[in-house]
Design a protein around this ligand. Structure first.
Ligand SMILES: [Zn+2]
Length: 56
């Protein structure tokens, strides 16, 4: 059975956003687009393990 896309609401309109995939073969939806104001949210489940090394 296909996975149901997670539900997100637009922070501006408050309506349900359309779930999208950045890649057609992606297993999970990682983008959400508001059909009303076209706000796009990129879901990042795992943040980058980027060290804050600001010592130039
Ligand atoms: Zn919206």
């Amino acid at each position: 059975m296909p996975q149901r896309p997670p539900l997100r609401h637009c922070p501006i309109c408050g309506i349900a956003m359309q779930a999208r995939k950045s890649l057609p073969e992606a297993e999970h939806f990682d983008r959400f687009e508001c059909l009303n104001c076209h706000t796009t949210i990129v879901a990042t489940p795992v943040p980058d393990g980027e060290a804050q090394d600001d010592d130039a």
